[in-house]
Design a protein around this ligand. Structure first.
Ligand code: KIV
Length: 301
């Protein structure tokens, strides 16, 4: 067990751990003002949220990407509010410090402003989230104003917006022509004006993302949008090498957990087939005297 002086020494050596504060939407803005990159990752379950939170991540997004990387759908369109709330609840149990953001799924905010506010509220009321994210530009300004008006922080999402793949003709980079870039810049200013506290820029040219980041006072979080954004986000299953179907160009794989899992499963199968698992240390024992007494009771019958 650690002594008090040892605990004090380790806290002094590791000031980040000892001075850690809950991350809020204000911390996001302060980080931008100080020029400190904001870190964000997705999580969909308790153990991942716990590991990310303990590693010191600023924010956890319960992304609707869970439809593809956890539930096995071809895209994010089938994901429902109930799916999102179920996973968001697990994430909120695992996280203490990170700002928790729930991703509003397809058709949970597009039908009416009232529906958008109600569903945004469910993330906070029923799933422990502290903010919501939704996709789209000027066409979402009214819903964003209403959600923010209800006291719920909103993160915007522009560029490649996966809920619109049918309109975009697939998962393609956005903002690559002069007119598309102009529209993206206009949309980002509209979203800031509507009250977003932050904005995800997905798969847009790095120089455009940098310019937008400089024009906005709210922080931008990039995914496939270069170093000029105020922060970065990745889908955790991509980063860990857990999603095998495809890897977007902008992903850096920090591990190959799919291969690790396969190795572990293959070893387990071989241990069971070869009767080397369970070994003595994995087995419950019983005193000989109790065993003999038990056998006598059977012999009597
Ligand atoms: O759903 C998601 O994970 C996202 C991120 C890619 C930003 O929207």
């Amino acid at each position: 067990m650690s002594t008090l002086p040892a605990l004090i020494a380790s806290a002094t050596m590791n000031p980040t751990a000892s001075q850690r504060k809950k991350v809020t939407t204000s911390s996001f803005r302060q980080k931008k003002e100080r020029g400190e990159p904001i870190t964000m990752l997705t999580a969909y379950d308790y153990p991942t949220a716990l590991a990310e939170d303990q590693a010191g991540i600023d924010s956890i997004l319960v992304g609707d990407s869970l439809g593809m990387v956890v539930l096995g759908y071809q895209n994010t369109l089938p994901v429902t509010m109930e799916d999102m709330l179920h996973h968001a609840r697990a994430v909120s149990r695992g996280s203490k410090y990170a700002l928790l953001i729930g991703d509003m799924p397809f058709m949970s905010y597009q039908v009416s402003t009232e529906q958008a506010v109600r569903n945004a509220g469910r993330f906070l009321q029923e799933a422990g989230m502290e903010a919501v994210k939704l996709e789209g530009g000027r066409e979402r300004a009214e819903a964003i104003r209403a959600i923010v008006g209800a006291g719920i922080p909103v993160m915007g999402h522009l560029g490649l917006t996966p809920q619109s793949i049918n309109q975009m003709g697939g998962f393609r980079p956005q903002g690559k022509t002069a007119s598309a870039a102009k529209r993206l810049l206009e949309d980002s200013l509209i979203l800031e004006d509507a009250g977003c506290f932050s904005l995800v820029l997905e798969s847009v040219p790095a120089r455009l993302a940098e310019l937008i980041s400089k024009k906005l006072s709210i922080p931008t979080i990039g995914i496939g949008a270069g170093l000029g954004c105020d922060g970065q986000v990745l889908v955790t299953h991509d980063l860990l090498g857990l999603f095998e179907r495809f890897t977007p160009r902008f992903v850096k794989k920090y591990a190959d957990f799919h291969a690790e899992m396969q190795n572990a499963f293959t070893e387990y199968i071989s241990d069971v087939q070869g009767r080397s698992f369970p070994a003595a240390e994995h087995t419950v024992e019983m005193d000989d005297s109790e065993w003999q007494a038990f056998q006598k009771t059977i012999d009597k019958n």
